[in-house]
Each structure stands twice: as structure tokens, then as C-alpha cells.
Design a protein around this ligand. Structure first.
Ligand code: HEC
Ligand code: HEC
Length: 299
């Protein structure tokens, strides 16, 4: 037995414990503003727990108050995502976690500085030791730990989920009618891209958002996949947590969920390279309210 353990054939601790210790380290790192060049910014500066892990701004604010180009997405249920960032340019949570730390506009460190900042705080030594059986600090381990923490940020007990599991009172009649509309491929078309339970198809679509005044066009997924249909296409976001994450869309151009629905009905102005999964919709005011009422159960 001892020999097997020594040779790593049997883990010293259970996988559950390992997960918890990794996530505990990741949590400490996620909330640590010493991991930015001017000590001002942690992941949680932009991904705020009380705002469904987004920031309530049209687009993010970076170091020195610089307005960045894209909105901060919620990180709820990114455990189930296949690609990361609005254009899907990152393949894993582990990979993504280091991007903002090294981005000169977001946290602005480099690899050496990241390790140094962590070494300067003695409490990390124990957390690294618990998570990795060694207090040696590497950027690879930083990515692993933050990703493991993010995987604990899940939504699966909203009113919608409780209704789905059989609690008839968890949703009102209006909300249930809204869900039926949501599922209707002819009437709303939402289901074409936002598939339950996570309300995404993991795909990329151009949904006809107009270019904002004074901004150059954001080509989105086209930078990764240079096909015309990917020009202006962005990742279908999960709608979990959405009631708390206004403004909406990658450029923050819709202020409310009502404005989002209005966009799909009347706002599709940019007609080039539109997703073939979009349909023309003509919802009554009442239907729109029902749809929005349903979306608000996803919190
Ligand atoms: C200055 C604000 C800011 C900071 C700081 C920040 N983020 Fe983000 N985060 C964003 C923005 C904006 C995006 C979208 C960027 C894009 O698509 O180009 C994003 C995207 C993400 C995504 C992808 C979500 C998805 O659904 O694709 C994850 C995960 C994430 N951030 C985690 C983190 C972690 C972990 C940290 C800290 C190491 C962090 N963020 C720091 C603003 C920020
Ligand atoms: C063709 C696929 C498609 C269809 C159909 C579709 N969506 Fe979307 N949805 C997306 C994509 C892609 C985005 C992100 C677009 C962007 O920001 O550029 C999005 C964004 C959203 C957002 C904003 C989320 C956020 O975090 O900013 C909401 C809310 C939303 N959709 C609800 C709906 C509703 C309600 C319907 C039906 C009326 C619908 N969608 C139909 C693909 C689709």
C-alpha cells in the first residue's frame, strides 16, 4: 500500500478533497488584487459575485479606468462551456484564467511578477501545499486552481429548475407561458440557439447588432474562423444569471431584457452575415412580457 502511494498510483487524498483544496486556492487567487500591476484589480473587480459574476457595465473598465471594448460576461456555469471569451479564442478555463492576468489593459503582470506577488503573501504557501503537495509556485498551477474555483460557480437551482423538477408553484402561469414561447421555434426562435438546460448551443452567431458609433467593427469569431458567416458572430451566452447582468450583448448595447427581445423583433439592422438560425418574429406586447418574465426565473 505505502509503496503504491509513494509511486503516485494511489492518491494520498480523495479526488473530492483534492478538488476542494484546489478550489480554495483558486478562490483566494480570484479575489486577490495583488495580482494586478497597480494592486487595484482582481478577477472579482469585473466578475462580481453579487452581480451574477458580471459587472453591470456596458463594457468592462480596465486598468487606469480605461473603457474596454467588450462586456464582462458572467462566469456562471462556465464549467460546462466548450470555448471561452465572446469569440471563443480560449480553449479551457485553465488557459483563460491567465489571459486577464497577463493582459496589459486588465491586470498587467508577467509570469515572473505573478509568481513574485504570490510569494510575497505567506498564506499562499499553505494553500499551494494543500492543493499540490508542494509549495512550489508556477503559473500553470495558478491556472489550474482558478479554473477549479470557477467550476464551483454553478446555477442549477433557479425557480425554472425547481419547476422542472416538479415544484408546480415555482413558476407563475405567465412565466410558464413565457417558457412555452421561448421553446416555440416559429414564434420566438430563441430555442434555435439558447438550448436548455444551459441555454446555449455553444455556437457563434451574428445576430445583427449594429456597430456602435465611434467604434470600429468587432469581427468576433471571424478572427478565429475566417468564414464570412463568422463576421460579427459571437458566442451564444448562457442565459443563467441574466436577470442580474444588464446591460446585454458583447457590446452592452441593450439596457434591459425588454430591449433584448425588441432587438430580435425590430432591431436587426445589420443584414450581412446574419445567422441562419434567426427567424422573423412578430410578438405582441403581452407575449414579449411573458418571455421576459420567463427569463427572470433564471436567477
Ligand atoms: C477588467 C475586467 C476584467 C478582469 C479584471 C477579469 N475579467 Fe474575465 N472577462 C472580462 C471581459 C471583458 C471578458 C470578455 C473578453 C472577450 O471576450 O474578449 C471576460 C471573459 C472571461 C471569461 C470567459 C467567459 C465566457 O463565457 O466565455 C472567464 C472565464 C473569465 N473572464 C474569468 C476571469 C478570471 C479568472 C479573471 C482573473 C484572473 C478575470 N476574468 C479577470 C473582464 C474581466
Ligand atoms: C441565432 C441564434 C440566436 C437566437 C435565435 C437567439 N439568440 Fe439570444 N443570443 C445569441 C447570441 C450569439 C448572443 C450574443 C450576441 C452578441 O453579443 O453579439 C445572444 C445574446 C442574448 C442575450 C444577452 C445575454 C448577455 O449576457 O448579454 C439574451 C438575454 C438573449 N440572447 C435572449 C434571447 C431570446 C429571448 C431569444 C428569442 C427571442 C434569443 N435570444 C434568440 C444567439 C441567439
Amino acid at each position: 500500500m505505502e509503496l503504491l502511494k509513494q509511486q503516485w498510483l494511489l492518491p494520498e487524498i480523495s479526488y473530492q478533497e483534492r478538488h476542494q483544496q484546489l478550489a480554495a486556492l483558486g478562490k483566494a487567487l480570484f479575489f486577490d488584487s495583488n495580482l494586478s500591476i497597480d494592486f487595484s484589480t482582481s478577477c472579482a473587480t469585473c466578475h462580481k459575485p453579487d452581480q451574477a459574476w458580471a459587472d453591470g457595465q456596458a463594457t468592462a473598465t480596465g486598468l487606469k479606468n480605461k473603457t474596454l471594448r467588450r462586456a464582462t460576461p458572467s462566469i456562471i456555469n462556465t464549467a460546462y462551456s466548450l470555448t471561452f471569451m465572446w469569440d471563443g479564442r480560449s480553449p479551457s478555463l485553465e488557459h483563460q484564467a491567465l489571459m486577464p492576468i497577463f493582459n496589459p489593459e486588465e491586470m498587467g503582470l508577467n509570469a515572473d511578477l505573478l509568481v513574485k506577488r504570490i510569494e510575497q503573501n505567506p498564506s499562499y504557501s499553505e494553500l499551494f501545499d494543500a492543493a499540490f503537495d508542494s509549495n512550489d509556485i508556477t503559473i500553470h498551477k495558478v491556472g489550474l486552481a482558478i479554473a477549479e474555483f470557477e467550476r464551483t460557480i454553478v446555477s442549477r437551482n433557479t425557480r425554472f429548475d425547481r419547476w422542472l423538477k416538479g415544484d408546480k408553484n415555482a413558476m407563475t402561469l405567465e412565466e410558464r407561458e413565457g417558457f412555452r414561447l421561448f421553446l416555440d421555434g416559429q414564434k420566438s426562435g430563441c430555442i434555435n440557439c439558447h438550448n436548455p438546460p444551459n441555454f446555449t448551443d455553444h455556437g457563434f452567431h451574428n445576430i445583427g447588432l449594429a456597430k456602435l458609433e465611434g467604434q470600429s467593427a468587432d469581427l468576433g469569431r471571424f478572427n478565429q474562423t475566417p468564414l464570412n458567416i463568422m463576421k460579427g458572430a459571437f458566442k451564444t451566452p448562457s442565459l443563467r444569471g441574466t436577470p442580474l447582468t444588464a446591460p446585454y450583448f458583447h457590446n452592452g448595447s441593450a439596457n434591459t431584457l425588454e430591449e433584448v427581445v425588441d432587438h430580435y423583433q425590430d432591431g436587426i439592422l445589420a443584414k450581412e452575415n446574419l445567422s441562419p438560425s434567426l427567424i422573423n418574429i412578430t410578438l405582441s406586447q403581452e407575449d414579449k412580457s411573458k418571455l421576459v418574465a420567463f427569463l427572470k426565473t433564471l436567477q
